[in-house]
Structure formats: C-alpha cells, structure tokens
Write a protein that binds this ligand. Structure first.
Ligand code: HEC
Length: 127
C-alpha cells in the first residue's frame, strides 16, 4: 500500500534530477573569485569577512536575503557579468571568469563559502 507513496516522490526526483544537477559547482573557482573579488574589496574597505565567521545556515540566510554592506546594496550584483566587465581591466579573476554564466559563478562561490564556513568540511580563516 505504501509502495505508491514511495514510488511517486522517487519518480519525481529522478525526473527532475537532471535539471537540478545540470551544473556541478566548482568550489575552487568559487575560492578564487571570493578571494579576488570579495576579499580584495573588503581589504580595501579595511574589514575582514571570512567564510568561517558564519555557519552554513547563517550564510544561506545571508545570501538569500541578498542585503550587502548593511543593506546598502546586494551581494548578487558582484556576481553579475556587468560587474565583472566593470573591473576586469584591473582584476585578473574578473577577467578570467568574465564569460562564466552568473548562476554558475554564484553557485561556485556559494559552494566555497559553505565548504569553508564555521561548520563546513574545511573551515577557512585564510579568507
Ligand atoms: C565593492 C566592494 C565590495 C565587494 C566587491 C564586496 N564587498 Fe562585501 N562588503 C563591502 C563593504 C564596504 C562592507 C561593509 C563594511 C562595514 O561593515 O562597514 C561589506 C560587508 C560584507 C559582509 C558583512 C555583512 C554586511 O553585509 O554588512 C559580508 C558577509 C560580505 N560583505 C560579503 C561579500 C561577498 C560574499 C562578496 C563577493 C561576492 C562581497 N562581499 C563583495 C564591500 C564589498
């Protein structure tokens, strides 16, 4: 009797999985981008923002809220092609990843942050 209840979600999972998993985020790209774009700017602003400062849940909430710099702007803008284009003349990482789709780059950085967060698999304090 319970079989159908188990089968349907499973079927749905199999059907939608190829779409959801079309892109496998690359945390190494995320690390380069985080260090070269996020950290570079924070250093200039004389602040320190490290993945290890927050837990996965806190980062997820922060990225979802998308309110950056005390709510003055957004985090997502820094993943945009437009932003990369605007700094790529002086920023090697922005130039290197200039053509990377925004969603992929966002996923790369998010994966790096999660991995390096307080409760991640490789907590990173070296920004
Ligand atoms: C153009 C410069 C700049 C870039 C690029 C930048 N930041 Fe920031 N960030 C700031 C400033 C300025 C603050 C606020 C400093 C303060 O607390 O007064 C800040 C603060 C933060 C904070 C602390 C909480 C908050 O929002 O106030 C987090 C987290 C953060 N940035 C994450 C990121 C991430 C992730 C990226 C890269 C995707 C990024 N930032 C890129 C300038 C930048």
């Amino acid at each position: 009797m319970n079989r159908i209840h188990l089968t349907l979600p499973l079927l749905a999972a199999v059907m939608f999985a190829p779409v959801a998993q079309a892109y496998e985020p690359d945390w190494k790209v995320g690390r380069i981008y985080y260090r070269s774009i996020c950290t570079a700017c924070h250093t200039t602003a004389k602040i320190t923002v490290q993945p290890i400062d927050r837990t996965k849940a806190e980062w997820t909430a922060y990225l979802l809220a998308d309110k950056h710099n005390k709510g003055k702007d957004t985090v997502s803008q820094y993943f945009s092609k437009q932003y990369r284009d605007s700094i790529k003349a002086t920023n090697k990482a922005a130039a290197k990843f200039a053509e990377r789709p925004e969603q992929e780059l966002t996923a790369d950085v998010k994966t790096f942050i999660m991995r390096s967060s307080k409760d991640g698999e490789a907590p990173a304090s070296c920004s």
